[in-house]
Design a protein. Sequence first.
Length: 374
Amino acid sequence: MTKSAYIHIPFCKSKCKYCSFISYTKPDMITGYIYALLKDISDNYRGEELKTLYFGGGTPSLVPAELLGKVISKFKFQNEYELTVEVNPDDCTPEYLQALIKQGVNRLSIGSQTFDDNILKLIGRRHNSSDIIRTVEFAKNAGFENISVDLIYGLPTQTLEGLRQDLDKFLSLEIQHISTYGLKIEADSYWGKYYNKADNRLVVPNSDRIYLPPDDDTQADMYEGVNEILERNGFYRYEVSNFAKKWYESKHNLNYWNNNEYYGFGAAAHGYVDGVRFYNYSELEKYMAAPSTHEYGKTLTEDEKLEEEIFLGFRKREGVNVNKIKEKFGIDFENKYKAILEKYSDFIEKTPAGYALNLKGVLVSNMILADFIE
């Protein structure tokens, strides 16, 4: 049974310079979009009690709480459910966060990125560092006890010392979860048009400024620094990019990494149901014209399912579970991949349940995983 659902809200006030996600600056279409979304859910949701529901974007906090409530009311939930909404610090008021609580939302993910006001301006964020602090305070006062923040490292002009200062400030917020992401400038982002990957040069348009974002080695040092500081302060890295206090791991994201199925509702949303991976129309108008119809779907072969099990499993700190793989696919993991396990013995560790990447292995995970999924 499918017990998780992702809902994409593809609206933003403005597009961040590094962002390659599907989003539109068309606030006048929000209400119509929500009603298309309700049609999508009515036609494709089968009525299971959900363990997790996640509103991502875009900027879900641009949607009035009562409209989000209309969507939430379409679902049934288990007793111990997790319902996350992504919010931006520039558009959260105490009243809005209190309204989310009333709609059953019990987890917030705050798009904060950094406390450096100069970098926030450079990357096109609409908030400043004070807005981050204020949003966390508002959330706690509203009753949220499960709060996550986003941190991006490898940003132009960012230094190792600046990153350490960011981490100190995030830790001072006394929140439960931190998602960390190394900057990758994608070709279809705004910056992608002005970035020369060969020499790592970012030329800011309409100015004479040229930036050299932190290179791969510096980003690796930053990642190791993030691990060291957060784990020293009571956060556990349970997945490549995610750190949590005990019991506050994202249940929704763990559902992905455990290779379980999930619904995907909304424009550009991806889903995985009945062994079929699908995605919806990305263009807003196309989705709204046919919200119940997927643009593309693919039934995975057993080999593809196995590859995903391994790829996703190695993202987790606990790694791949060899008994689970034997039960699902009827193979002896250690025997089938003996040569690869030996080849990367400095990067892969034995665990009680199977095998996991150590910190050095995470840094070269693309190379290791390529051998597993050939």
